[in-house]
Design a protein around this ligand. Structure first.
Ligand code: COA
Length: 96
């Protein structure tokens, strides 16, 4: 849909995880999408993916649906959405 960011995959090398990289990359992506005029972001995440669900929750994504048996192994996908109009304009990672 025009004006909507759909996040397909975010991944950090296992040995680099829990260092804030996933959060930084997603925050930069969300800000860029907002600046390009997107009003909404959405993604799908496996119901058992605790790390990703925590990360998306920490960034403000909320549950907005579910796809039963979405993955090949039969696992459900949770739909997560974020209203980009409500995200803070974070300037801490940006050049002067
Ligand atoms: C999900 C993923 C991208 C997170 O990347 P990351 O760089 O480790 O995440 P960050 O260090 O930026 O963590 C940000 C927040 O996410 C949450 N989080 C990240 N890893 C977590 C874990 N293992 N358990 C619980 N919460 C976790 C926490 O809220 C964390 O904030 P905190 O460190 O202040 O508690 C990473 O675990 C990954 O690559 N997983 C495999 C691929 C994958 O499943 N991608 C998602 C597909 S939809």
């Amino acid at each position: 849909m025009a004006g909507e960011l759909q996040v397909m995959l975010v991944a950090v090398q296992p040995e680099q995880q829990r260092r804030g990289l996933g959060r930084q990359v997603l925050q930069a992506l969300l800000l860029q999408a907002q600046e390009l005029g997107c009003s909404k972001a959405s993604l799908e995440v496996a119901a058992s993916n605790r790390a990703a669900i925590h990360l998306y929750g920490a960034l403000g994504f909320i549950s907005c649906g579910q796809r039963s048996g979405y993955y090949r192994n039969g696992e459900d996908a949770l739909l997560k959405c974020l209203d980009l109009k409500q995200i803070q304009d974070r300037t801490d990672n940006r050049p002067e």
